[in-house]
Design a protein around this ligand. Structure first.
Ligand SMILES: Cc1cc2nc3c(=O)[nH]c(=O)nc-3n(C[C@H](O)[C@H](O)[C@H](O)COP(=O)(O)OP(=O)(O)OC[C@H]3O[C@@H](n4cnc5c(N)ncnc54)[C@H](O)[C@@H]3O)c2cc1C
Ligand SMILES: *[C@@H]1O[C@H](CO)[C@@H](O)[C@H](O)[C@H]1NC(C)=O
Ligand SMILES: *[C@@H]1O[C@H](CO)[C@@H](O)[C@H](O)[C@H]1NC(C)=O
Ligand SMILES: *[C@@H]1O[C@H](CO)[C@@H](O)[C@H](O)[C@H]1NC(C)=O
Ligand SMILES: *[C@@H]1O[C@H](CO)[C@@H](O)[C@H](O)[C@H]1NC(C)=O
Ligand SMILES: *[C@@H]1O[C@H](CO)[C@@H](O)[C@H](O)[C@H]1NC(C)=O
Ligand SMILES: *[C@@H]1O[C@H](CO)[C@@H](O)[C@H](O)[C@H]1NC(C)=O
Length: 536
């Protein structure tokens, strides 16, 4: 094995050396790199689980569809988007192990993709001009729910919708606190610290992870015990990408009531939206932990065709409607909640409702791997630490109206989120936060001018919001990946550049700890992207 591997690395080193002297990037260039990678993969994977039929090069007729199936931001579905030289549709652990060993030998950049929702497409795109290949995890979908133990082992390629459905299939009083969009993949979501509409009651998904399986940079399969607490800590919110390939997580399920209550109400500026929004920033993080009351602002045309801001208040309450009415009419009467607004349902039905689908939509929709709509988009995140005044909101509304398709989400924190130490997980945004905000701009035109224009809108909105949000650092949420806040091309400056986005995503202490774990488990920096953790 050792002889083969050193021989292989000499060969591929030689090929790379020869390539350096070729004047033009010919297709022969990439095909010889690809050929030696494929040979290595065939040699390295377990012969009882042949890898051959799982390898897609750009020459395979199904390559585009395999690549596109898990593209979730159409900004990265352009002919100009850099393409991988190979996609490995892994089905067995040995395929992932082979990919890591061969990827290291060939010095190629490896990407791991689970659900493909990375907001900057980093699970299937690089902006660094390096040849790369993808390990696609979509076949790793096992979900093993144990109601007696109140746990579930879930593989990285499962989607959140599948997880929720499989839990509800076995129990009407259990759930799992994770993200709202059912097509999001477990691999990226959990490693990045997933939040959802039960976080005020139960914390983030990572606060309810009790074990994990990861394949490290030497191709070894580890669990929590064998990887050690530091690495387990790192892959619970520090992003999987810097540390290995996560194969599965074990979740601690949470208990949900038989009946939950939801409502969605809309308010316009004429209905005192600025006052209601101002009040929201004073109360949303202090409400009963069972209430998750999200505020979303967007811009619509009024009946005269004039632009106006709409406030949507979409809520999940873990309890019945009479309790919810009592609580909100005491703590947030400005919202004007009526009995007729409230709808009682099971928790699994509320998952579908919260995804904004009509009541009565079969919960089997949660098993569908494809999202309802696909668009081009750009998102950015912020943290709100102080209430915003009525005048502040009036300013925000006017600014939003300058743009097309601007949406601003306010996700309330507080409750359980404030009780957990900021060092317990790499995710540091705990007490002191009223809300996490997301600015999102979507569009459908596939041309560079439209893209540039909408990207500019997102950045301008972010600038307008500066006086209202966290400073030094201006904090950001890892799962809302944003390459505007700093990139690292792993040159000499990697550690300085890493500090910029690293401090925003993790704050200084957690970031330093992540770099120490990184240096120990992947000193050669094989697992990397534009915003991964550097080794120092
Ligand atoms: C429509 C939409 C809705 C969303 N809603 C929410 C929400 O409600 N709450 C929330 O917290 N976030 C939400 N997100 C963000 C989402 O959680 C992140 O984008 C998450 O990283 C996606 O995981 P994925 O597996 O689908 O993505 P991928 O693109 O496959 O992966 C994301 C990142 O993780 C890495 N990665 C993927 N799998 C593995 C693995 N097995 N091992 C190691 N590294 C891996 C990738 O290389 C990439 O860097 C949403 C995103 C979208 C597009
Ligand atoms: C793979 O194995 C074959 C046969 O054992 C050998 O000839 C070849 O050199 C190996 N290739 C690589 C890249 O390891
Ligand atoms: C891709 O094409 C090659 C060469 O034609 C073929 O050997 C291989 O089986 C194809 N792979 C898949 C997954 O179809
Ligand atoms: C992605 O682009 C390809 C090629 O232009 C196109 O066929 C496909 O429909 C696109 N995918 C989506 C979801 O729009
Ligand atoms: C509002 O009106 C403008 C111009 O008439 C139109 O282009 C736009 O699509 C409309 N927006 C919405 C959200 O309906
Ligand atoms: C609502 O739930 C509470 C417990 O939180 C219970 O005391 C009350 O009877 C319930 N009300 C209705 C109308 O079911
Ligand atoms: C290194 O960082 C400094 C300061 O941020 C910057 O001025 C310089 O251009 C960077 N050098 C490289 C090679 O990226």
């Amino acid at each position: 094995m050792a002889i083969i591997s050193s021989f292989t690395s000499q060969i591929s080193g030689l090929i790379l050396l020869l390539l350096a002297f070729l004047p033009i990037q010919s297709s022969a260039t990439s095909s010889s790199i690809t050929d030696s990678l494929i040979q290595c993969l065939n040699n390295r994977s377990d012969p009882s689980f042949p890898i051959t039929g799982l390898l897609y090069t750009p020459g395979n007729s199904s390559f585009p569809s395999v690549l596109q199936t898990y593209i979730r931001n159409l900004r990265f579905n352009e002919s100009t988007t850099p393409k991988p030289i190979l996609i490995i549709a892994a089905k067995h652990v040995s395929h992932i192990q082979a990919a890591i060993v061969c990827g290291k030998e060939s010095r190629l950049l490896m990407k791991t993709r689970s659900g493909g929702h990375d907001l900057e497409g980093l699970s299937y795109v690089t902006n660094t001009n390096q040849p790369f290949f993808i390990v696609d995890m979509f076949s790793f979908k096992l979900i093993d729910v144990d109601i007696e133990e109140e746990t579930a082992w879930v593989q990285a390629g499962a989607t959140l919708g599948e997880v929720y459905y499989r839990i509800a299939e076995k129990s009407s009083t259990h759930g799992y606190p994770a993200g709202i969009c059912p097509s999001v993949g477990v691999g990226g979501h959990i490693s990045g610290g997933g939040y959802g509409n039960m976080m005020r009651k139960f914390g983030l998904s990572i606060d309810n992870v009790v074990d994990a399986q990861i394949i490290d940079s030497s191709g070894e399969l580890l669990n929590r015990k064998s990887m050690g607490e530091d690495l387990f800590w790192a892959i619970s919110g520090g992003g999987g990408v810097s540390f290995g390939v996560v194969l599965a997580y074990k979740f601690k399920l949470v208990r949900v009531p038989e009946v939950v209550t939801v409502f969605k109400i809309e308010r316009t500026p004429e209905q005192n939206l600025a006052t209601i929004a101002q009040r929201w920033t004073q109360v949303a993080d202090k409400l009963d932990d069972n209430i998750f009351l999200r505020m979303t602002l967007d811009v619509i045309n009024d009946t005269n065709g004039e632009k106006t801001v709409r406030g949507t208040f979409l809520t999940l309450y873990l309890g019945n409607s009479s309790d919810l009415l009592t609580l909100l009419n005491k703590d947030f009467p400005e919202l004007g909640l009526q009995t007729s607004d409230c709808i009682e349902m099971s928790w699994i039905e509320s998952v579908v409702y919260y995804y904004d689908l009509p009541i009565g939509t079969p919960t089997t929709m949660l098993l569908s791997p494809t999202p309802q709509t696909l668009v081009l988009f750009k998102s950015k995140s912020d943290y709100l630490k102080n209430p915003i005044s009525k005048q502040g909101f009036e300013f925000i509304f006017e600014r939003m109206k300058e743009f097309e398709n601007m949406l601003v989400d306010f996700n309330p924190y507080g409750g359980r989120m404030s009780e957990i130490s900021e060092f317990a997980k790499p995710f540091p945004h705990r007490s002191g936060n009223i809300a996490m905000m997301q600015y999102q701009v979507v569009w459908n035109e596939h041309d560079i001018d439209a893209t540039n224009r909408h990207m500019k809108y997102a950045r301008m909105m972010y600038d307008y919001m500066t006086p209202f949000v966290s400073k030094n650092p201006r904090e950001a949420f890892l799962n809302y990946r944003d390459l505007d806040i700093g990139v690292n091309n792993h040159g000499k400056n990697a550690s300085i550049e890493g500090m910029v986005y690293g401090h925003k995503y993790f704050k200084e202490t957690n970031y330093k700890r992540l770099t120490r774990v990184k240096a120990r488990v992947d000193p050669d920096n094989f697992f990397r992207n534009e915003q991964s953790i550097p080794t120092s």
